[in-house]
Design a protein around this ligand. Structure first.
Ligand code: ATP
Ligand code: MG
Length: 663
């Protein structure tokens, strides 16, 4: 059984695996430790991760990034329309009430929801981990931003199910980093004098701050704050606007009117930005940006800082908010740990440093991999495969959640709402809510401050419907009974109504008859031991999770797309094998095989190789089935193998003679 943790990034994702000697961040099929968060569609197959990146420029309308920014959103969400659209080239559409894309795939216009796209992508990460570990991967922990809401988290779970993954936990990015930081520290203080560390993650699209208290064997998140729309891509975009204006003057081209030109320029500005983190000045060159023009310019670090002044000015607010909400004095925050790629920008660091006067910022964590490592630790802790040091993680809730209900006629004065999990409430957490009811009833959970939610996310979370209230234990027939509703904000940051019951009390040694009226509540009764009996309330719950049947359907669809990709790849491999055999054998016939082959045999094989080669360049040979390539290679081998075998035998003979001489 594999143990895998994933940092699902806006730009790229990192995968950690647990092994006996520790946690490793693994490399993908092209030896990169970060896999582009991209999914692309083509006439014959999909391309995911690195393969999608390779073809991004040529197929950019069918290549989709920003996957994590789209999941759990709707098409008309203002965040999607006003922000994400800038970074996405594919056509965004509605797919059953959620945002999706319409792209060309297998020669047709097809639509996929963001949840499906994330499933495709997670499937690729799963395959990368599986190839590394040489075993199937199912259990996984996925890190997401702490500002993700219930609907976004549930969509991640749905996507994982579609990809046949079993999510042991969704963990917040900064909490994952904090776990990785703490679990390896042997010198943590006692709980009455915790060590406080601020984690600041400046990524590609968002900025997160968490202030964490550490003591022996545990971490408690004290406060978090976010800017959901501040990261490297915003800096890239500021540079795009700058150079677009400059190139308009210089080359009389309107880059911003041409999505492909914007795309090329954005790639170049990202590179330029990175160079400026280490150099005072750097050039930018964009070959054939548009109208066959090669554009070039340069920028100094000072210019960069001027151009991104707006972005830089927004760094302080979330950090300040987290400090305030932590209730700590600045000098109680011992360490400030930076993570995320954009924390490498000197001006970003300077702004962060301003918030912690007199303190040196630390980068003891691997900035790019800390989140994936922490997620993998979390998976190892939850999986039975490894024994991991006990370390308790207490996170907090980012948005207050309340329950609300319709007034009951018998008690019109009753409140109709209650905040159950306030902002900063510990997570996981279970609360038992009481309601006096005698008829079936509904309770809804909603975010209490919709104005704080990302974009246009619907504040509605879930609905509990009691189908029948067991009227037991009433003082008087016709009285309402107390229904207890178990409400849980789980470790994934997802709210659930887990059950409801009515309690009756019975004398321990002499159980009351089934239909007996309970007299035991009378105040005068001696304090006999009572046994509490829970009577389940029949209920149904609705939430934003995908219907099980729909998940199954999408899983099948995903499996068949996966099979198709695999067939296309295998076919390509067989075709390459045939081609390689032709060239390889031809050259060997004149070389190492020469002493082992008669002319007629050689002529026959050469003729066959040429025939196959010619066929490969026909339309049919260009695009044949896997079995056709296999058959043709087999035909070549039928003539080639005897020659090869004679050479092989002779080689083996020589070798054994040589080794005999040595001994
Ligand atoms: P998010 O956490 O927002 O979802 P992510 O996890 O994909 O995004 P990271 O990998 O933390 O993001 O950071 C990627 C960003 O960091 C990109 O914008 C990239 O250009 C930027 N970046 C990486 N290295 C440097 C550098 N040396 N200088 C400046 N920026 C850098
Ligand atoms: Mg990140």
């Amino acid at each position: 059984m594999a143990v895998v943790g994933v940092d699902f990034g806006t730009l790229a994702s990192k995968i950690g695996v647990a092994r006996h000697r520790g946690i490793d961040i693994i490399a993908n099929e092209v030896s990169n430790r970060a896999t582009p968060s991209l999914v692309a569609f083509g006439p014959k197959q999909r391309a995911i991760g690195e393969a999608a990146k390779t073809q991004e420029t040529s197929n950019f309308k069918n290549t989709i990034g920003s996957l994590k920014r789209l999941i759990g959103r709707t098409l008309n969400d203002p965040d999607v329309q006003d922000i994400e659209k800038k970074f996405i080239n594919a056509a965004l559409v509605d797919v059953q009430g959620t945002v999706g894309v319409e792209i060309n795939y297998l020669g047709e216009r097809q639509k996929f929801s963001a949840t499906q796209l994330v499933a495709m992508y997670l499937g690729r990460l799963r395959d990368t981990a599986s190839a590394e570990l040489k075993t199937t991967v199912s259990d996984i922990v996925i890190a997401v931003p702490g500002w993700f809401t219930d609907v976004q988290r549930r969509a991640i779970l749905d996507a994982a199910s579609i990809a046949n993954l079993n999510v042991l936990r969704i963990i917040n990015d900064t909490t994952a980093a904090a776990l990785g930081y703490g679990i390896t520290k042997a010198d943590l203080p006692e709980a009455d004098n915790p060590k406080h560390v601020a984690f600041i993650d400046v990524g590609h699209s968002s900025l997160s701050v968490a202030i964490v208290a550490y003591s022996k064997g545990q971490l408690i998140v004290k406060s978090t704050a976010y800017d959901r729309n501040l990261g490297g891509r915003d800096i890239d975009y500021a540079l795009v606007k700058h150079f677009a204006a400059e190139f308009k003057e210089k080359y009389k081209i309107d880059v911003l009117s041409n999505p492909k030109a914007v795309f090329r320029l954005a790639a170049a500005t990202e590179k330029l930005k990175k160079v400026l983190s280490a150099n005072a000045e750097a050039p930018i060159n964009v070959e054939s940006i548009m109208n066959d023009i090669d554009a070039s310019s340069k920028l100094t670090r000072d210019d960069l800082e001027g151009l991104i002044a707006d972005e830089l000015s927004r760094i302080v607010a979330p950090i300040q908010r987290a400090i305030d909400d932590s209730g700590l004095n600045l000098d109680e925050i011992e360490v400030v740990e930076l993570i995320g790629g954009s924390s490498r920008i000197p001006a970003v660091r300077a702004r962060i440093a301003e918030c912690f006067p007199g303190k040196t910022l630390s980068t003891t964590l691997n900035q790019d991999e800390a989140v994936a490592r922490g997620a993998t630790f979390s998976c190892a802790m939850l999986s039975p495969v490894f024994r991991v040091r006990e370390f308790s993680v207490s996170d907090i809730n980012a948005y207050p959640i309340k329950v609300q209900w319709a007034p009951v006629p018998s008690d019109p004065e009753e409140d109709t709402e209650l905040v159950v999990f306030g902002e900063g409430n510990a997570m996981p957490s279970t609360k038992i809510l009481s309601f006096y009811r005698k008829d079936p009833f509904d309770i809804e959970a909603v975010y209490a401050k919709p104005e704080n939610l990302p974009g246009g996310i619907n504040p509605w979370i879930a609905k509990f419907t009691a189908k029948e209230v067991p009227l037991l234990g009433q003082e008087n027939p016709g009285d309402a009974v107390q229904v207890k509703l178990k409400t849980r904000l789980n470790a994934n940051g997802i709210l659930g109504f887990e059950g409801a019951y009515v309690e009756t009390r019975e004398d321990k040694d002499e159980p009351a008859p089934m239909d007996g009226v309970e007299g035991g509540e009378a105040a005068a009764a001696p304090p006999k031991k009572k046994k509490i009996i829970k009577h389940e309330v029949k209920f149904v719950v609705g939430n934003s999770a995908m219907d099980k049947g729909d998940v199954e359907k999408l899983k099948e669809q995903e499996n068949s797309m996966w099979e198709n990709d695999k067939l296309v790849k295998d076919t390509e491999d067989r075709k390459n094998a045939l081609e390689e055999y032709i060239y390889d054998t031809r050259s060997k016939l004149d070389d190492r095989y020469a002493p082992f082959v008669q002319q007629p045999e050689k002529d026959a094989l050469l003729a066959l190789l040429t025939e196959q080669e010619d066929w490969l360049y026909t339309e049919e040979g260009e695009d044949a089935t896997k079995s056709t390539y296999v058959q043709r290679l087999d035909a070549c081998k039928a003539l080639g193998d005897p020659i090869y075998n004679r050479w092989r035998e002779s080689e083996d003979r020589q070798r054994s003679i040589a080794s005999l001489r040595e001994t």
